[in-house]
Design a protein around this ligand. Structure first.
Ligand SMILES: Cc1cc2nc3c(=O)[nH]c(=O)nc-3n(C[C@H](O)[C@H](O)[C@H](O)COP(=O)(O)OP(=O)(O)OC[C@H]3O[C@@H](n4cnc5c(N)ncnc54)[C@H](O)[C@@H]3O)c2cc1C
Length: 471
C-alpha cells in the first residue's frame, strides 16, 4: 500500500501540543498526519524538559527525606555521584510514556511520519527525512506545533560542557560542586532549588531584585528564604557583563556590580525561543513577530485562517498543560466543533522546592482591578498535615472581592502546591463563594484544610469591616 499524501489535517511537531491536536482530529474521524523530526515522540516535554527535570527533582526530594532522618540514619551523598544515578528512573518513565503515546496515536489511526517539515505553500508541506529523501503532503488544515528551544544570547559562550543550557544540563556526568544559574525564571529557579537540595553550591543570578517577577512576591520571598536556608544564594539586581570558561576549573561570571562568581558549571536559563526558522513560513503567507513567535487569535488561528499554531511556539506561558489545551482547541475550531471559552484561568505550577502554584488573580492584580480586595492567609505551620510531613513551611493565599463573597484567585507556596491549586481552580470555575469553603468538610489531616483556614481569615476580615462601617 502506498503512503497516503492527502490528509484532512497535518500537524507539525509531536510534542504535547501536536499530539493533542492530532488525537482531537482523529477522534472527529479525520485523516490526520503527524510529522515529527526526532525519532521519539513527546517533544522537549519528554526528552529535555518536564519529565527529566521532575525525575531529578523526585530524587532530590527522596534524598532530602533521608537527610532529615539523620537522627536515625547516617546518610551522605557520595562526592562522585553521577547524574545518571539520580536519574535512574528516567529511562523507565520515558519508555512508559513513549509506549503509551505511540499506542494512543496508533489506536486513533494517526499517520506518524519522521522528518523535518516545511511549507511549500499554505496547503502543501514538504518533509525531509534523515536519509535525504523528501515527500510532499497536502491538507485543508495545518497545525504548527514545533515548540521551542533555549534562548542563548550570543555573548554567552554555551559549550554544553561547562556552560550549559536546559537542553544539555542533564548530560553532565557528575553532580557539580558549584553551579551558577543565569536567569530567575521558572527553569532557573526549579533547577536552582533541585541542585541546591542535592548539595551543589548554587548561585542564582538575575537582573530583577527578586526572581519570578510574574508570581506573587510574598510567595517568592518564602521560596528564596528556604532556598538560601538550603545553602543556595540569590544575587538579584545584577547585569551579567561577561562569562567565560577559564580553561582549567571554573566558569567565570563577571557582573555589572564588579562582583565575580566562579563555579564548576553554569546553566544559562534566559527563556525560550520558538522553533520557526525551518518552517519557511513566508511560503504560507505567515510571518513571525519580532519576538520570534507566531501570532494567533484565541482559537490558535494564524493570519491564514486554515493554519493554526499551538504550544510554546505561540509564546508564554510555556507549559505542557497549556500546549495540550491549545492543540485540542485549534483542531476543534478548525472542525467547527464547540471550543468552549478560552481558559481565562490556566493554573501555573512551578516545581521549585518548595513548589508554587497560582490560579486567577493574585493580590497585586486584584488591587489594580478592585479597590480593596480581601486576602485570606493560611500558614502551613498551622496545618497538621504539614507538621506531620516535616515540610512545615508554606502559605496559601485566597484572594476575594471587597465584600469577601467571591473567590478571585489562589496562590500557594509549599508542599503539594501544584496539586492543591486545582481545588481553587474548580472553585473559581464554578464561581464558588468564600463561605462554601467553610461549609465543606475537608479530610483531616490534609493540606486542603488550608482553604478552610484562609476562608475563615477572609470572613473574619469581613466582620471587622462591617463593624468598622457600623461604628
Ligand atoms: C527544563 C524544563 C522544565 C519544564 N517543566 C515543565 C513543567 O513542570 N510543567 C509544564 O507544564 N511544562 C514544563 N516545561 C515546558 C514544556 O516542556 C513545554 O511547554 C512543552 O513541551 C511545549 O510543548 P510543544 O508541543 O509546544 O513543544 P515541544 O514539546 O517542544 O514539541 C515540539 C516538537 O516539534 C518538533 N519539531 C520542531 N520543528 C519541527 C519541524 N520543522 N518538523 C517536524 N518536527 C518539528 C520537535 O522535535 C518537538 O518534538 C518545561 C520545560 C523545560 C525546558
Amino acid at each position: 500500500m502506498s503512503t497516503p499524501t492527502v490528509f484532512d489535517i497535518i500537524v507539525i511537531g509531536a510534542g504535547p501540543a501536536g499530539q493533542k491536536a492530532a488525537i482531537q482530529g482523529a477522534k472527529a474521524n479525520k485523516r490526520v498526519a503527524l510529522i515529527e523530526r526526532e525519532r521519539g515522540i513527546g517533544g522537549s516535554c519528554v526528552y529535555r524538559g518536564t519529565i527529566p527535570s521532575k525525575t531529578l527533582r523526585e530524587s532530590a526530594l527522596h534524598l532530602d527525606v533521608l537527610k532529615r532522618a539523620s537522627a536515625a540514619f547516617e546518610f551522605n551523598l557520595r562526592p562522585d555521584t553521577q547524574i545518571a544515578t539520580l536519574l535512574g528512573r528516567l529511562e523507565d518513565v520515558v519508555k512508559a510514556h513513549d509506549t503509551f503515546m505511540s499506542q494512543q496515536l496508533r489506536r486513533n489511526g494517526i499517520f506518524l511520519f519522521h522528518g523535518r517539515a516545511c511549507f511549500v505553500n499554505d496547503r502543501v508541506i514538504e518533509m525531509q527525512t534523515v536519509d535525504g529523501a523528501s515527500q510532499r503532503f497536502t491538507a485543508d488544515t495545518i497545525v504548527i506545533a514545533t515548540g521551542s528551544r533555549p534562548r542563548n544570547p550570543p555573548e554567552i559562550p554555551v559549550d554544553h560542557e561547562h556552560i550549559l543550557d536546559s537542553d544539555s544540563l542533564l548530560s553532565m556526568i557528575y553532580l557539580p560542586r558549584s553551579l551558577t544559574i543565569i536567569g530567575g525564571g521558572v527553569i532557573g529557579c526549579e533547577y536552582a532549588s533541585i541542585f541546591s537540595l542535592l548539595g551543589t553550591q548554587v548561585t542564582l543570578v538575575d537582573q530583577a531584585p527578586a526572581p519570578l517577577q510574574f508570581m506573587d512576591q510574598e510567595l517568592v520571598r518564602q521560596f528564596i528564604t528556604i532556598f538560601e536556608r538550603q545553602g543556595g544564594h540569590y544575587l538579584g539586581g545584577q547585569k551579567v557583563r561577561e562569562v567565560h570558561w577559564d580553561g582549567a576549573a571554573h566558569v567565570v561570571t563577571k557582573l555589572g556590580s564588579g562582583m565575580t562568581v566562579k563555579s564548576e558549571k553554569m546553566l544559562v536559563a534566559l527563556g525560550r525561543q520558538a522553533n520557526v526558522e525551518d518552517l519557511n513560513l513566508s511560503a504560507a503567507g505567515l510571518q513571525a513577530t519580532a519576538k520570534g513567535t507566531l501570532p494567533v487569535n484565541q482559537f490558535c488561528q494564524t493570519d491564514v485562517p486554515h493554519i493554526y499554531a499551538a504550544g510554546d511556539m505561540v509564546g508564554a506561558p510555556t507549559l505542557a498543560s497549556k500546549a495540550m489545551e491549545e492543540g485540542r482547541r485549534a483542531v476543534r475550531h478548525a472542525l467547527n466543533l464547540p471550543v468552549g471559552d478560552a481558559a481565562s484561568t490556566i493554573p501555573l505550577g512551578i516545581y521549585t522546592i518548595p513548589e508554587m502554584a497560582s490560579i486567577g488573580l493574585d493580590e497585586k492584580s486584584a488591587r489594580e482591578r478592585y479597590r480593596d480586595p480581601l486576602v485570606g492567609r493560611a500558614k502551613f505551620e498551622e496545618i497538621a498535615r504539614a507538621q506531620i510531613s516535616g515540610a512545615g513551611h508554606g502559605l496559601l493565599k485566597m484572594v476575594a472581592d471587597p465584600d469577601g463573597e467571591r473567590l478571585l484567585g489562589i496562590q500557594i507556596v509549599g508542599d503539594s502546591a501544584t496539586e492543591l491549586v486545582h481545588v481553587g481552580q474548580l472553585a473559581l470555575q464554578s464561581t464558588a463563594t468564600i463561605e462554601s469553603f467553610i461549609d465543606n468538610v475537608f479530610n483531616f489531616p490534609t493540606y486542603a484544610e488550608a482553604y478552610r483556614i484562609a476562608a475563615l481569615d477572609i470572613l473574619g476580615q469581613v466582620a471587622k469591616r462591617r463593624s468598622a462601617k457600623a461604628a
